[in-house]
Design a protein around this ligand. Structure first.
Ligand SMILES: C[S@@+](CC[C@H](N)C(=O)[O-])C[C@H]1O[C@@H](n2cnc3c(N)ncnc32)[C@H](O)[C@@H]1O
Length: 185
């Protein structure tokens, strides 16, 4: 995966993304996460790879200070359209190289993005860099099963799925072990 390919593939996904990934089991999982998360008024929250804004639909965003980034214009346009009357700030930005200063956000949310960016390690480092000390990172993704090898079927289809814009073989434990700065998950 590289940024150019992701731009092409998510342009193609954008018209049908919500039907596939903002419904059924994905929507159930999202709802579960955001029911448990308690945001505090005026908190600065960053949504990394916000896509069509599926997560934003599940939170009361009015009293929060929300910034959202994505690398696909078409995915961003979908989100912007849904929230055109809100104060949410949307930017086209590479999650692996964000233009925010260090220690800016109280909460950083990354849903289904670490498995998509070309370099997940770089992306997670950036998420940690822009997070305030004692801030929280919320990650929702489909990592490979903890402590287990990928099944032969998943191994076989992994390259094809990557072409479609996501990796089903990323290990969160491996990714997390490489981090040195404090992070509360
Ligand atoms: C699977 S979608 C997830 C979207 C949304 N977070 C959700 O949960 O529905 C992955 C998103 O990451 C975005 N993306 C891919 N590479 C990126 C990058 N380098 N920087 C920022 N966003 C990126 C894609 O454009 C796409 O919108």
């Amino acid at each position: 995966m590289n940024n150019r390919w992701n731009e092409i593939i998510y342009k193609l996904w954008s018209p049908i993304y919500d039907k596939l990934f903002n419904s059924g089991k994905f929507l159930e999982a999202r709802k579960k996460i955001f029911q448990e998360v308690k945001f505090v008024e005026n908190q600065k929250i960053l949504f990394v790879g916000v896509g069509t804004g599926a997560d934003l639909e599940l939170i009361s965003h009015e009293k929060l200070n929300i910034t959202a980034i994505d690398f696909s214009n078409e995915m961003l346009d979908k989100a912007k359209n849904k929230f055109k009357d809100s104060s949410i700030q949307f930017f086209k930005m590479d999650a692996q190289n964000m233009s925010f200063k260090d220690n800016q956000f109280d909460v950083v949310v990354g849903s289904l993005v670490l498995s998509v960016v070309p370099d997940a390690d770089k992306c997670l480092k950036e998420m940690i860099r822009v997070l305030k000390p004692n801030g929280k990172i919320i990650i929702f993704d489909k990592f490979s099963p903890k402590g287990k090898k990928l099944s032969p079927l998943k191994k076989a289809i992994r390259p094809l799925i990557r072409l479609l814009g996501t990796d089903i073989g990323l290990s969160f434990e491996t990714l997390y072990k490489k981090k040195t700065k404090r992070v509360y998950l």
